[in-house]
Structures are given as C-alpha cells and as structure tokens.
Design a protein. Structure first.
Length: 506
C-alpha cells in the first residue's frame, strides 16, 4: 500500500510512531554516552572510599551538619561545608566552634590540614563526589511541614552536580520527601536516572545534643536508597567511618523510621505529662511512681514530666508523620492528642505558679519571677522549641516581671524582637525573686543555694531532689502544706520592696 493510499488518521498514527522511535533512539544514544563518560560507582568510587580520595560537601552546618562534617574529616576525607549563614562560615574559618561537643582545637587541626573548609557558594558542589544535606525542617505557621530549606538546597546544588555523585538527605522529613524533592527534581533538571548517573539515599540524623555517650560515630546509622545501587554506594560510604550502618529497603522506610522513633517518645512523654496534674490532685508523688515503675526489668521504659517538650525532634517529627498519613487519608489520633497534651504543659506550669503565689498572698501581676534555664534540655545552649520560651511569654502576658538565668544561654530574642540578657545565678537573684521556676535542670546551678535564698521555688524538673527547704514545690508532687518559711520570706520581700530594697529593676 502506498503512502498516498493511507487515510489521514492512519497517516497521523504512522507519524506518531516514527516520532516515538526517534525519541527512543535519542534516549538510548544519550544513555550510552553517559555510561561511557562515567561508569558506575562500584567500578570507580569504592577505591576512592578506601584511599579517602573521595571529596564530600555538607550543606547546612548546624547541630547536625557540623558534627557530621567533622566526623568525615577526622576519618580522612576532604570535606567542604556550605551554609547560607555567613556568620557561621566566618567562625568556622577562624577555627571557632558554635556547637557544644566540637572543640575549637579540633576545628583548627582540620582546617590546618585542609580536611575541612567552609563557604556559602554552591559552586563547591562541582568538586564533590558525595553531597550530604543537613538543613532545617521546621513547621509552618499553619503547623504543617516546611521543606523549603530542602528545596532550596537541592535547587542550589543541582546545576553543579557531577555525574556519579551520591546525594544523601539527612534532614528529618515526611515519607516520600527524598523521592519527590531530591531525586525527581535532579532527574528532571539534568535528564539523569537515579541509580545510573547519580545516586540518592536518605539517612536520618540521630543527634542527641549534649550527650557524652553517643555521637555521630557510635550511633547506628539507618540508610535507604532510591535503588539497590544507590543503597550500596551509601552503605559503603557511611560504613567507611561509622561504627554501624543499618540498611533498609527504601528511602521511605528510613524516613518513617526516624519519625516513629520520636513519635514514640512524644506519645509516652504526653502520657506522663497528662498523669502529672492528676497525681498532684490525688496527692501522689509522680516521681516516686516513676522511680518505682522503673525497677521493672522488662517491658517498661521510663519517661518523665516537665514544662513541655523542646528541640527539633519531639515537638516536630510526629507532626510530619501525622501530616503524611492525613495526606493518604489516615488519621493518627494518638499523635494529635500527644501533641496537644505536651503543648499544654507551659500553660499548666504558669497556672500552677499563679496558684502558688496566690496561696501565699501574692498576685502574679507584678510578681518578680526568675526562670532558671531557657534551653530545652540540660547542659546545652539549644533554644529550639524550648518550653521555657512559652512559659516566659505566658508569665509576661499575665503581668509578671520576668527575668531569666541560664549558664548556657547568654541572651535570647523576645517575640517583639528585643534581646534579653541572662542574669547571673546568685543569692542576690534568688532573694530578689518572689518565685523561681526551674525550667531547665542545668548541672551548673547550685540548687541548695537557690533553696537557701529564694522565697519560693517551683521545680518543673525535680532538680531539687535531695535539697533541704520547705519553700520548694515540685511539678507532679502534692504541695507541702507547711508554708512556714516560704510565707514569711514572701512577706519579707513585700516589705523590702516598699522600702526600695531588692535586686535589679522593679
């Protein structure tokens, strides 16, 4: 049959088939050229891992990224850190650490050996074999995942990404992020295929700020790959300088495992926080209950009450998991209830503090309140999501004259943008206060000295266990009804104020 004998519909179909064959041929030739230009990493990079000639870039030099970069560099790799914060970069270049647990001497040694460098320009990715993304993943104002930092990092690195590069996302995020916001954008922008022309993994950070027992090296490292080849490359790389690598079947499994770890903690902390006011009302000491329960050698793990939850993980990770489940039509009610319960604790602390003052004839309005500790956790300087910030704000709204002392946090920014300085922890500060609220149980505080001089202490961390003084009230414990010394000290403070004596501003 001649071409002229074909009807218009048949001609159109034949033309589509020809175009499809042409496109397929182009793709095949492109794939062949790429394979010739850069063989698979199993053939080239395992030797680079063995002899440490592989070069790495870490994007994001905060609580996760800097420790990872240092660990890589200490193992012999040449590492370049990228951060949009020029101030951080300047400090690193000068050999000054801003992360607890990383000493200046360590940074200076790595800098002098040219094992660690830092900058703000994504162009450095062009010289890297491995790129590790460690950027923040907060919540939006609407309490939903904010992965804008991940998208920005991927967008910044993609033009400079080299064939054969391994990209690892470590930022905590919802299941599907690595595939949707790392792998697919690179494939679309560069025309590459993951597992052949570049490699993608997800390996969640597991940082315990301030821990003296676990760091980057000795914390088991979960990792999932977009393909088996990706997983093999990532496992070989991390296995070259970490004690234990735990491979899983996919990036989504790795993402979900990370979220579940901290959801488990959030739910159990919420259970204890919900029980805390009930124990106060029932006349039961929750700390003694938890101590007794912890003697069970199986099937139990202790969690403790406090003024709320803080840090990047526990307040945020469960919301990422709940959001992802809701996106698929599932409702995770435990997570939502736990989040609400934990976020109510600062309000409970302020309500209890108000009641304690009123029982002693003092109104919260105008009362002098010292918050002992602003960091979310003892012996660190991390203010992220700290419940002490909410306690401070709620007390201020109630009309209290609030100051803080924290040996790890010299200053913090208030909601109105003004900066507030930490006061020295001293007998004068404790005496000045009508009420001291222990919001962070830093080891540097002298709790007996505090008890000796403060008219009234509300301890939300059980930090004063073992201290003497009937002026101490502990969250989760029945209040002692022998107000004796506390009542007289409050009255003395009111009298001092009327004569103009006291500490600091009124």
């Amino acid at each position: 049959m001649s071409e002229n004998s074909l009807n218009p519909e048949e001609k159109g179909q034949e033309e589509k088939e020809k175009q499809a064959q042409t496109r397929a041929g182009h793709r095949g030739r492109k794939q062949q050229r790429l394979k010739q230009l850069y063989p698979k990493p199993q053939q080239t990079t395992l030797q680079c891992i063995h002899d440490r000639s592989l070069k790495a870039v870490v994007i994001g030099l905060g609580y996760v990224g800097l420790p990872m970069a240092v660990e890589m560099a200490q193992s012999g790799y040449q590492v370049h850190g990228i951060d949009i914060d020029a101030g951080k970069v300047a400090k690193l270049r000068a050999g000054h650490s801003y992360i607890i647990g990383i000493e200046d001497e360590v940074l200076q040694t790595l800098l002098e050996a040219n094992r660690l460098t830092a900058g703000t320009d994504y162009a450095a990715v062009a010289g890297a074999d491995v790129i590790v993304i460690c950027v923040p993943t907060p919540l939006t104002d609407k309490h939903q995942p904010d992965i804008s930092y991940i998208s920005s990092a991927v967008g910044g690195m993609t033009p400079y990404l080299q064939l054969g590069s391994l990209v690892i996302l470590e930022s905590t995020t919802y299941p599907g992020t690595t595939e949707e916001h790392v792998k697919q954008p690179v494939e679309a922008a560069r025309g590459w295929t993951a597992g052949e022309h570049f490699y993608v993994c997800y390996s969640p950070e597991r940082v315990d700020p301030g821990s003296v027992h676990y760091g980057v090296k000795n914390t088991p490292k979960i990792i999932g790959g977009s393909t088996p080849a990706c997983l093999n490359y990532g496992t070989q790389f991390y296995g070259s300088f970490l004690n234990e690598v735990v491979p899983v079947s996919s990036t989504t499994v790795a993402e979900t495992a990370k979220l579940f770890e901290n959801t488990f903690r959030s739910v159990n902390i919420a259970l204890v926080n919900e029980l805390t006011p009930a124990c106060e009302q029932m006349g039961v000491d929750i700390w003694e209950v938890l101590q007794a329960a912890a003697t069970k050698p199986f099937g139990y793990m202790p969690f403790y009450p406090g003024p709320g939850i803080g840090g990047h993980c526990i307040p945020i990770d469960p919301i990422y998991l709940s959001w992802a489940a809701n996106r698929q039509g599932s409702e995770l009610r435990f997570i939502e209830l736990a989040d609400a319960t934990n976020r109510q604790m600062p309000e409970h602390v302020v309500q209890r503090a108000t009641a304690l003052l009123e029982q002693r004839g003092r109104s919260i309005r105008g009362a002098r309140v010292v918050l002992a500790g602003m960091a979310y956790k003892k012996d660190i300087d991390d203010l992220r999501e700290s419940p002490a910030l909410d306690v401070f704000r709620l007390l201020s709204v109630a009309g209290a004259d609030v100051v803080f002392t924290d040996p790890m946090v010299p200053v913090f920014r208030q909601d109105d943008g003004s900066m507030l300085q930490s006061r020295p922890a001293s007998p004068e500060l404790w005496t000045w206060a009508d009420l001291v609220i222990i919001t962070t149980d830093h080891s540097a505080f002298d709790y007996q000295e505090m008890a000796d001089h403060a008219p009234l202490i509300f301890d939300t961390r059980n930090a004063t266990a073992g201290c003497n003084g009937d002026n101490i009230v502990v969250l989760g414990q029945p209040e002692r009804h022998d107000y004796g010394r506390a009542q007289s000290l409050v009255q003395e403070k009111v009298a001092e104020r009327e004569t103009g004596d006291g500490y600091g501003e009124s």
